[in-house]
Write a protein that binds this ligand. Structure first.
Ligand code: MN
Length: 241
C-alpha cells in the first residue's frame, strides 16, 4: 500500500492538536479539543488505543467489532486521563479510523473529521459530520452555504470524550481495484472544496504529493486550523504495464 501523510499546525493556532495513525491497512485521524494541552492529549490517547490492536484482514463482522472495541478503549483512556488532571476535564477528540482491506473498507467514525473514497474519477464522502451546523442541514433547517458560515459549524454533537459512551458510525464498502482513500481533519475542508480535492486526486500523482498539495492549498487560504491529510492507495500510480 502507498500512503502519503501531511499534518500542519496551520497559521492561527499555536499547537497541533491533530493526531494520526498509519499502520496499513489501518489508517486514522483524530482532531483533539480542550484547553491547555488537553486536545493533544485526547487525540494522542485515541491513536494510542488503536495501536493496542492487531490490524490484519479477518472476517468483516470481527473487524467491525475490533474497531468499535478500540473506540471504546480510546474513550476509557481519555476518561482516565481527565479524571487525573483538572485542566484536562472536558477534553475530547474526533476519530475517523479506516481499515483499507483487500476486500472491504471499514470505517469507524465519530466527530467532524472525514473519510472520502476516490473511485473511477468520482469523489464520495463516506462519513457524516457530527457538528451542530451539519445536523441542521440534515434536518432541512439550514442550507449548505449558511452552514459554512454558521457560528456553531465547529461545535461537535458527538466526540470521544469522558462520561459519554461513544456513539460510533460504522461504515462498510466493498473494495474497488483502484480505490484511493482520503482521511482528513476539518482544517482541510474549511478551505478546500470536495471538487478541489477531486481535482488533486485526479491528477494521479503519488499519495504523498496529493497530501502535500492539499495541505498547501489549505495553508494558502488561511490555514485557520490544524490540518491533517492521509491519502492511501494500493496500486502504484506511476507504474507502466
Ligand atoms: Mn480541527
Amino acid at each position: 500500500m502507498y500512503v502519503g501523510i501531511k499534518s500542519h499546525v496551520g497559521h492561527v493556532r499555536s499547537n497541533n492538536e491533530d493526531a494520526y495513525f498509519v499502520r496499513p491497512p489501518l489508517l486514522a485521524v483524530a482532531d483533539g479539543m480542550g484547553g491547555h494541552d488537553a486536545g493533544e492529549v485526547a487525540s494522542a490517547a485515541a491513536v494510542a488505543a488503536l495501536a493496542q490492536c492487531t490490524w490484519t484482514e479477518t472476517d468483516p463482522g470481527e473487524l467491525a467489532e475490533r474497531m468499535l472495541h478500540s473506540v471504546r478503549a480510546a474513550q476509557r483512556r481519555i476518561e482516565e486521563a481527565s479524571e487525573g488532571n483538572a485542566s484536562w476535564r472536558g477534553m475530547g477528540t474526533t476519530l475517523t479510523a479506516a481499515f483499507f482491506g483487500k476486500k472491504h473498507i471499514h470505517i469507524a467514525h465519530i466527530g467532524d473529521s472525514r473519510a472520502y473514497l476516490w473511485r473511477e474519477g468520482t469523489l464520495r464522502l463516506l462519513t457524516t459530520d457530527h457538528s451542530v451546523a451539519s445536523e441542521l442541514v440534515r434536518a432541512g433547517q439550514l442550507n449548505e452555504q449558511d452552514a459554512a458560515r454558521h457560528p456553531q459549524r465547529h461545535v461537535l454533537t458527538r466526540a470521544v470524550t469522558a462520561g459519554v459512551a461513544p456513539e460510533v458510525d460504522m461504515i462498510m464498502a466493498e473494495r474497488g481495484p483502484d480505490d484511493t482513500l482520503l482521511l482528513c481533519t476539518d482544517g482541510l475542508n474549511a478551505h478546500v472544496t470536495d471538487k478541489e480535492i477531486g481535482a488533486v486526486l485526479a491528477s494521479g500523482g503519488a499519495p504523498q504529493a496529493a497530501a502535500d498539495e492539499l495541505v498547501r492549498l489549505a495553508l494558502e487560504r488561511g490555514g485557520s486550523d490544524n490540518v491533517t491529510v492521509i491519502v492511501a492507495r494500493s496500486t502504484r500510480p506511476e507504474v507502466i504495464r
